[in-house]
Design a protein around this ligand. Sequence first.
Ligand code: 3HC
Ligand code: NAI
Length: 698
Amino acid sequence: MSEAVEYERIGDIAVLAANNPPVNALGVDVRRGLLAGIERAEAEGAKAVLIYGKGRTYFAGADIREFGKPPQEPWLPGLCDRIEASPLLLVSALHGTALGGGLEVALSSHYRIAVPSAKVGLPEVNLGILPGAGGTQRLPRVAGVEAALDMITTGRHVRADEALKLGVIDKVQDGDPREIGLAYAQELLDAGAPRRAVGEMPAPDPVDFDAVYEAVLKKGRGQLSPAVAVRAVQAACEAPSFAEGMARERELFMQLMESDQRKGLIHAFFAERAVGKLPELKGVEPRLVHQIGVIGGGTMGAGIATSALLAGLPVTLLEMTQEAAHAAKDRIAGNLAGALKRGKISQQQHDAILSDQLQLATGYDSLSAVDLVIEAVFEDMDVKKQVFAQLDAVCKPGAVLATNTSYLDVNEIAAATTRPQDVIGLHFFSPAHVMKLLEIVVADKTVPEVVATGFALGHQMKKVSVRAGVCDGFIGNRILSTYRTCADHMVLDGASPFQIDKALTDFGFAMGPFAVSDLAGLDIGWAVRKRKRAEGLDPRARDSSYADKLCEAGHFGQKTGQGFYAYEKGKRGGTPNPEVLDLIAADRAAQGITPRTFTDDEIVRRYMVSMVNEAAKVVGEGIARRPLDVDVVLLYGYGFPRYRGGPLKWADLQGLPGILDDIRAWSAEDDYFWQPAPLLEKLVAEGRCFDDLNKDAQ
Ligand code: 3HC
Ligand code: NAI
């Protein structure tokens, strides 16, 4: 037998125990072991076979690392058919997460029992594929088309109690999976229960699949896999036989397997797991954090405090006045009410957090006992330095001192203390209790233990944490300011903000750059522009004034009801503000620019290439450790379409030589903005791509 599946005989029952840590993925050894186990059980005259997983879970799916490599037999669909066709009684006992191919093996078994904490699901669409081992054919037969479409197109994890109601599993029982599985198999044998093959059940009744397809396609904002999966479920209803339905599923599965979207989504899956794995943190223990302080309870401070409270950490929140502190508490209470409404916390937890876990303060002494402080005061270097000098005076030795600054120099902030080794940037995104991204900004003197503490805190707050180095804007905001500038240039040259936003949402972005500016507040960009102009712009840099004119007229975007778009109270989204076009026309005239037309393709290409070029500089300078770190930042903080994998995965899929050619061609019109990143030039010269750098860093 293979080591990945252990065989044991208990009376009439052959027990197949998968042992492929950490998640019992159905790699080739497991598939071979299962096949050999069934054949042996049949040859030895067993009456039933129990399949379960050792360790933390039943099979969590096909082995994703095998995707894109030559397939090795037995293939999963054939194995599932073989399991189902066995003359013995096949029983699966589920615990942990029975996902994807895992649930497909379970659905091929004749009976399924699960522990109450088990979850089942077919999350393949989130990897850009669809269930390819009979999931789209068997699930609708046991759960009905509506439930199957919901599970398959969303990929959601379904708890055991719901799965029982849906008919996906037959019994829920507490206990050890091996023991409950054995007892259930014996019970079925004693009762003379028949073999029950889902593939032999009648085809389910069809629904209006064209309508479902359209709705799912629209919801996916360009992601194909959920919509294609609808067609596979359609085949379960309409194909003349189960075998023909399976063949259709295979055909659609292979189509998706070859797609760039599959490559992008699998890259995203592994990248988000790799960001926290840094060689310099190997074996480094984080400092213990039992209570934290937050300074400033505005938009960010209140969100950060909420996130900490929801993660079970008591918070002391420091504001300038009692009044401001109470306003901060109101903001936090509003955030918590939202969490309560969405079922994230119970009423009891909500009340306990507000009454016991949150302390308000106006004096620094209140922070003397906290283990970590996050500063979220105004974005002003002098104010930040004063705050850090005071923290240095009161905080206990070893306390981690963090700043949430968006752009400012963390080294300079650290220098305001006598303990720069304990100072770090923890850059949250707005709204901080909702957005998953956390940039962990490592300054020159920050010690690894403090970096590890940042990652541990991020983990506790359920964030996706990415290491960044110090520069203006770190990873995300630095790249943003470049592609935002590219959008401004295109506006000056003839595109409208509305065309740009539409082209980019059609590309898959959650929002276009001008709608994002309206949401964030136009005053933020205005302040940055004023700061940069005061510092002195390079004479070769192009500048524009149309957005300043909006701000001068008091239009700051959504919060004032008007910006690039006009917003009606109570309505989501806005309509294009026609005044903007006049302001742009005036700006062009003042600069002597004759506008030209842009196609949507050119808009997307320029925007993306500017993003890739700046990202390559960020990696080349070591601000991001690897290309995948940039990808995760853009995916989690900037609404980048996940099915494209991130900007540098997109660049690899497009081909780096073509991107470099475009930059060189455009530098003829503006050689200040379009300066090729040295790293991009090097990769092209060596015939390598960004993913090679990810692999080098493994
Ligand atoms: N294949 C290969 N490796 C896998 C894997 C899989 N299906 N699922 C998880 N892993 C790896 C992870 O990469 C990680 O490796 P690392 O420790 O080296 O980083 C390790 O297992 C642990 O995973 P997590 O850190 O994600 O552990 P969690 O406990 O947080 O989550 C999980 C566990 C819910 C199972 C989560 O890993 C998950 O969602 N996995 C993917 C499940 C999935 O998509 N299954 C469908 C696969 S496609 C398929 O089955 C096709 C079929 O229809 C033909
Ligand atoms: P804000 O203006 O909403 O809140 C700042 C709060 O700090 C105010 O409530 C103010 O009373 C308080 N404050 C100011 N000086 C203080 C002091 N000395 N002691 C105690 N409290 C003080 O600002 P916002 O948007 O929350 O930003 C805070 C920080 O977070 C800035 O550094 C900003 O760059 C950064 N940031 C902002 C993001 C955003 O989208 N708003 C995103 C990520 C970071």
